[in-house]
Design a protein around this ligand. Sequence first.
Ligand SMILES: [Mg+2]
Length: 266
Amino acid sequence: MGSATTITADAAAQGVPLPALKTHPKVIFFTDFDGTITQQDSNDYMTDNLGFGTELRRQGNQDVLYGRRDFRDSFREMMDSIKTPFHECISVLTKNIRLDPGFPAFYAWARANNVPVVILSGGMRPIIRALLAQWLGEEEVKHIQIVSNDVAPRPGKSIDEEGGWQIQFHDDSSFGHDKSLEIRPYAQLPDDQRPILLYAGDGVSDLSAAKETDLLFAKAGRDLVTYCENEKVPFTTFNDFNDILAVVQDIASGKLTPKEAATGRK
Ligand SMILES: [Mg+2]
């Protein structure tokens, strides 16, 4: 963080309006990170193994689900319970979090076919970058726009000392990061300029973002599927990114419209 090597296309995209339009794509692919590109949630993993543990984390999740607390406050409390130096957190996560088996092939296809991949995450940017760099290579990560929360040192400390870091939220929303904010300017473009907008996610926080897009890929077996049905959001389910790739290829080639692809629960 902060070093010259991290000033990349991703960093340059911050503050630029509609950065994913730069290459005039026909399709833009927005995606959640934890539990969607990864098989486990990295923040849950840290809370369970380095912070206050699974029981309190589950209690926090329930409190949010039943409206007793804001996601933002509950999530900050989980992150605050982790005193491990930040570089050690990254090292634990790169050893334990696994990638969706279809993601490398999906990403390679997207890159070769001018489909920008934009990651919208409630997680912390340096963790997302480190995991993606491990899987895709440092060079490739520079081409992926990441819109997420970040990490900051506590007053008088460095993030790499015990109790030295804290989460820094992306915006003032009760989610800490309102994912729909990034998509809305694309969704509001006039029809002749608006690319097809797709979204992949696994959690309830993905729903407001997905409502701005033409089609949501919802991870099979998760709560999000039920929410989509209740809220009448056009969706299809996926098990891994191989499923997503097949559908996105057909949409990009014009063989399938997003509407036709929205088959709901299979
Ligand atoms: Mg997720």
